[in-house]
Design a protein around this ligand. Structure first.
Ligand code: MN
Length: 249
């Protein structure tokens, strides 16, 4: 099995190294990852400048582009053949609820899904990437359980969040739905030493709501959350409803 590993935290991230290590027991691992922090770049594609690729090992490359760029270059140019699976992560920080709309980690898995390749995005809800080391046996079991199946769903991928607890205290695994994040006061306005006004997005306190089976609840209770996602955002029930609106041209 040829496995492509990528991420959005950059090619030096601890989570990526751990993911590649775990994947190595299942097949030939290639790493194609951004050369720097690309968190929250979502599914963006670099179209208006050329991309530089540096090789850092026999099957390891870093790219001055986004996670989506990395998957495209890997699949169409850098690997000997298309990968059988794409793993993205392990992200330093959770990707739950609406996070999946902003996350570069999740977008890399989306890009693989669009290319018809099974994919998994993995994130760690804790603050300290070093704490992930203890989760290695759990990660091995998860990858085996999901990747060695012959009925991996088509046109879908898995978004996994590991809870922020020590490995021995993980409660179990739950298959979940996306919760809802509630953002508050996440824009800071300030002046630089020259008196110019600047804005900085992020850093605000976030809370969440969601159904009983949502990802936030599972991770909060110490479970590994596995959310199956697909890319069709159509609101099918609403299509029938709005079709009855009389909209005149
Ligand atoms: Mn990230």
């Amino acid at each position: 099995m040829v496995i492509l590993c990528t991420n959005d935290d950059g090619h030096r991230a601890h989570g990526l190294a751990l993911l590649a290590e775990a994947a190595a027991s299942l097949g030939d691992v290639w790493i194609v990852a951004p050369d720097r922090e690309q968190s929250a770049t979502s599914h963006s594609l670099t179209l208006h400048r050329p991309l530089r690729v540096e090789q850092s090992g026999p099957r390891a490359y870093h790219v001055d582009g986004t996670p989506t760029d990395c998957v495209l270059l890997a699949v169409h140019s850098l690997l000997d053949r298309a990968p059988d699976v794409v793993l993205s992560g392990i992200n330093h920080g959770p990707n739950m609820g609406e996070d999946v709309l902003y996350s570069g980690t999740v977008a890399a898995a989306m890009e693989a899904t669009l290319l018809g390749i099974p994919a998994i995005a993995i994130s760690y809800a804790g603050q300290e990437p070093g704490e992930l080391d203890g989760h290695r046996p759990l990660l091995d079991r998860l990858l085996r359980a999901l990747l060695l199946r012959d009925d991996f769903p088509r046109d879908s991928f898995f978004n996994i969040n590991l809870p922020a607890v020590a490995a021995g205290r993980v409660t179990g695994i739950r298959f979940t739905t996306l919760g809802r994040r509630v953002y508050s006061e996440s824009i800071t306005r300030f002046r630089d030493p020259m008196g110019r006004e600047w804005y900085w997005i992020g850093g605000g306190e976030t809370r969440w709501t969601g159904r009983e089976e949502s990802d936030f609840r599972a991770v909060g209770a110490g479970y590994v959350s596995i959310t199956p996602l697909h890319l069709d955002l159509t609101h099918y029930d609403l299509v029938d409803k709005v079709a009855r609106w009389s909209v005149d041209l």
